[in-house]
Ligand binder design. Structure first.
Ligand code: HMG
Length: 390
């Protein structure tokens, strides 16, 4: 039985900062951010968007009434969850009116959470071929104003439906995963910003890619030439490029050119959004599928997932015939073109806004947020969510 990605969508907040302007205000040469880091625009979430609303808006784009009845498992990957106890999946389940006879859980391992969710979903479908699983990956990446990580912030969510006989990508069974305890990036529960050892994180990302890639080739007998494209977790777009470059010499000039061209296409959405942590790999995969028009059915796509701390996985899938008809590319274009640029000063103000932590009531202005699902306020330590269509 084929199991894989039947639907995929994403959501990004409607505000962004231009990286050239951020560089100027930080006394950095703009090329450091646009070439050295490889980012053009950084998504900025208004206070009316949090990981729950970003994910719910991403899922809203792809789910129809039939999906809502057939989904019996909602898995929410995040490392910026809003509650240490209740899962973000339960809120999304309610906001989207999903079948009540469903499981709803949150999964955490830095940027690896969504991949863990997808593999868990695959096992669930193998046992329950009639069901569908909604996997969400949603995060707000925060390092702080004027930090070296600032240029690699971002916000957004992806939503995937995993099912039997998928329309987009059949997940192949062979995969390689690897775990080691390292402190390259972490966020203690008392902090709303991540701590990072930037240099170590870059080194470990490459080291993990090398370990899982070598082991994958040994296990499967496959080689670089067997891949149409390799998509990467993209904390910033230069990072995936550096990893890809470590293996390019394994291919002929044709293979190198193909993988390099497809890499650039796969990084396009991420260049304009920034790091969305656990959704980043899937935003990149979606960018490839949406922006490259001539990928053949049965093309093999490699996916490298990395979550600091750290867990890495290399796995693969085969594109399904007519996958493009299931992508909603026109919605992607609308989402990007409807965004509004804000100044660095406006971004700094938004960055410092906080929700009350003393139980007091606050009402937020959701009229200025074009998203369908918003955070409308807080009362009694409870977040008040609104689906404007309900
Ligand atoms: P930095 O120290 O500000 O930058 O931090 P740098 O000095 O290393 O420069 C960056 C690049 O810009 C270099 O290129 C420079 O040469 C170049 P590289 O040597 O890397 O190829 N550069 C220029 N290029 C063109 N024109 C110029 C110019 N000036 C310099 N004028 C760093 C950069 C990424 C470390 C920092 O932003 C950071 O710490 N970010 C957060 C950590 C991160 O994203 N790590 C990535 C791997 S870990 C990961 O992916 C997991 C993660 O997503 C979290 C999770 O799993 O949950 C982060």
């Amino acid at each position: 039985m084929k199991i894989g990605i039947d639907k995929i969508g994403f959501y990004i907040p409607h505000l962004y900062v231009d990286m050239n302007k951020l560089a100027v205000s930080r006394n950095v040469e703009p090329e450091k951010f646009t070439i050295g880091i490889g980012q053009e625009k950084m998504a900025v979430p208004p206070i009316t968007q949090d990981p729950v609303t970003l994910a719910a808006n991403a899922a809203l784009e792809i789910l129809d009434e039939k999906d809502k009845k057939e989904i019996d498992f909602v898995i929410f990957g995040t490392e910026s969850g809003i509650d240490s106890s209740k899962s973000a999946a339960v809120y999304v389940h309610d906001l989207l009116d999903i079948n009540p006879y469903a499981r709803a859980i949150e999964v955490k391992q830095a940027c690896y959470g969504t991949t863990a969710g997808i593999q868990m979903a695959k096992g669930h479908i193998a046992l329950n071929p009639e069901s569908k699983v909604l996997v969400l990956g949603s995060d707000i990446a925060r390092y702080g104003l004027n930090t070296s990580g600032e240029a690699t912030q971002g916000a957004g969510a992806v939503a995937l439906v995993i099912s039997a006989n998928p329309s987009i990508l059949e997940l192949e069974d062979q995969s390689v995963y690897f775990t080691t305890d390292i402190m390259d990036f972490w966020r203690p529960i008392y902090s709303d910003k991540a701590f990072v050892d930037g240099k170590l994180s870059n080194e470990q990302y490459i080291a993990f890619f090398s370990k899982v890639w070598e082991q994958y080739k040994t296990k499967t007998g496959l080689e670089l030439k067997d891949f149409e494209a390799i998509c990467y977790h993209l904390p910033y777009t230069k990072m995936g490029l550096k990893a890809l470059r470590t293996v390019l010499d394994e291919g002929t000039e044709d293979v190198k050119d193909r993988l390099m061209e497809n890499y650039k296409i796969s990084a396009r959405y991420n260049r304009n959004v920034g790091n969305i942590y656990t959704g980043s790999l899937y935003l990149s995969f979606l960018s490839l599928l949406a922006r490259k028009e001539d990928l053949d059915a049965d093309s093999r796509i490699g996916l490298f997932s990395y979550g600091s701390g750290a867990v890495g996985e290399f796995f693969t899938g085969l594109l399904q015939a007519d996958y493009r008809e299931h992508l909603h590319v026109e919605n992607h274009i609308k989402l990007f073109s409807a965004r509004k640029e804000i100044t660095v000063a406006e971004y700094e103000e938004i960055f410092q806004e906080t929700l009350p932590t003393d139980g007091s009531t606050i009402e937020l202005d959701i009229d200025n947020d074009p998203a369908t699902i918003c955070l409308a306020g807080m009362a009694d330590n409870k977040r008040q969510y609104v689906n404007k269509t309900k």
